[in-house]
Design a protein around this ligand. Structure first.
Ligand code: PLP
Length: 419
């Protein structure tokens, strides 16, 4: 049996092992992503397996970027998206976003260089890292990137020295306690420090032009946006009363890509903005990362080994699959966000599974490390040709641990006409 499995949001590729869990053969719907997956599998299978490293691969659905952009514009047309490059710095993705007029949130020199090389204007970039090195600030200054964030007094001194003409956004604390990554633990000025920060900025003659916040990556509570927007309005007024001319509210990231999750967030944001009644000329912006990246990429991996448990073994021990990508590669989110990947199995070459029962597996990465576990409760059911992988923070966090390469090939679907 040669089968390919995918994990939602990531995919797995299965080798010729007796996988007895799939209830039926994968049937391609003939979509571009499926075609690209099968095309790549066919290419791989042309050659002996010993002649190639047998790495996982991505398929990127470029049309999905435009679809997500339309979704954004239909719900939040008044809020300019600046894609968080850290989420996935894939150059084709960045290029399409640039062509759609999306700006970029960069956190490092490397990220700024990447988007500048694509021809993104410096005015379409926010250096959204509240703690920057002099080198990085000097680079941004030289490149004409002016907008950046701060949340502490030291940072104001560094900015004064290396980017004195910066357009500054004060990053305030915000938090969705259910967010997968609690960014508020690391960044964001607490209410009792805001006055001091603004006074110091005034003393240094720095130009504070707005407020920013981030409720946490992988957020789920729309009311966290509402609270943060209401608090921003209060800080806005304090800053105005100290003589700053504020123009920008940056509501950060935290957006989920699906319609079901995005709509309530967008509705909450719009009502909070109108309730807070910011001045008419206010520019609203946001830093979505996962919102754009997650639905674009599908990751396909190969199962390289399978270990069956004996009935006599501990009942907790289910059958184990070992694949060619893991938490030190494109699945780091299994560790960081405890993301639970739900795999799908793709059958190729007409091989049918032996049995039809639903069956549980643990899925492990290729390293010799027992933390390298991609899924502890994967099980495979009938596939109906649904192939919509949705990874975010995959290649961006991959390492070379244990000598396994972090380089993953990406196959791009053709750009749609008029995207
Ligand atoms: N903006 C900043 C400053 C971030 O740190 C992040 C993620 O860490 C993002 C935007 C992207 O947020 P999300 O992953 O919720 O899309």
């Amino acid at each position: 049996l040669l089968a390919f499995s995918r994990v939602d949001p990531l995919c797995s590729t299965f080798s010729n092992l007796p996988i007895d869990t799939c209830r039926g053969p994968f049937q391609s719907t003939g979509g571009q992503v499926e075609d690209a997956i099968y095309g790549q599998i066919a290419q791989i299978e042309q050659y002996p397996r010993t002649s190639q490293p047998d790495a996982s691969f991505f398929v990127a659905d470029l049309g999905e970027i435009r679809r997500q952009h339309s979704r954004w514009m239909s719900h939040l047309p008044n809020i300019m998206p600046f894609f968080a490059v850290k989420c996935n710095p894939d150059v084709e993705l960045l290029q399409v976003l640039k062509e759609l007029g999306v700006g970029f949130d960069c956190a490092s020199v490397e990220e700024m260089q990447t988007v500048l090389r694509l021809g993104a204007p410096s005015t379409s970039i926010i250096f959204a890292n509240p703690c920057k090195t002099p080198h990085a600030l000097a680079f941004a200054h030289g490149a004409g990137i002016k907008m950046t964030t701060f949340d502490n007094l030291d940072e104001l001194d560094t900015i004064k020295n290396y980017m004195p003409d910066a357009r500054l956004l004060l990053r305030i604390f915000a938090n969705d306690s259910n967010a997968l990554v609690a960014l508020g633990e690391k960044f964001g000025a607490l209410p009792d420090s805001i006055q001091d920060l603004l006074m110091r900025a005034k003393d240094l003659n720095l130009n504070v032009v707005g407020i920013s916040f981030h409720i946490g990556s992988g957020a789920s509570d729309p009311s966290a946006f509402q609270k943060a927007i209401a608090h921003s309005r209060q800080v806005w007024d304090s800053a105005r009363s100290m003589g700053f001319f504020l123009q920008i509210l940056d509501i950060g990231g935290g957006f989920q890509p699906t319609e079901a999750e995005f709509t309530p967030m967008a509705t909450a944001i719009q009502s909070a903005i109108s309730e807070a009644s910011f001045p008419g000329q206010t520019i609203f912006m946001a830093e979505p990362g996962r919102f754009f990246a997650r639905s674009v990429f599908t990751l396909v991996c190969r199962i390289i080994s399978c270990r069956k448990s004996k009935a006599t073994e501990s009942p907790q021990r289910v059958d184990m699959l070992y694949q060619n990508d893991g938490v030190y590669g494109n699945f780091m989110n299994a560790l960081i966000e405890r993301e639970d990947f739900a795999p799908s199995l793709i059958i190729t070459k007409g091989h049918l599974p032996r049995k039809s029962e639903y069956h549980a597996y643990t899925i492990w990465g290729p390293t010799c490390d027992s933390t390298d576990c991609v899924s502890r409760k994967a099980s495979f059911a009938l596939l109906r040709g649904m192939l919509t992988g949705k990874p975010a923070y995959t290649s961006a966090t991959a390492t070379n641990f244990n000598g396994f390469s972090s380089k993953t090939k990406t196959i791009y679907t053709p750009k749609e006409k008029g995207y």
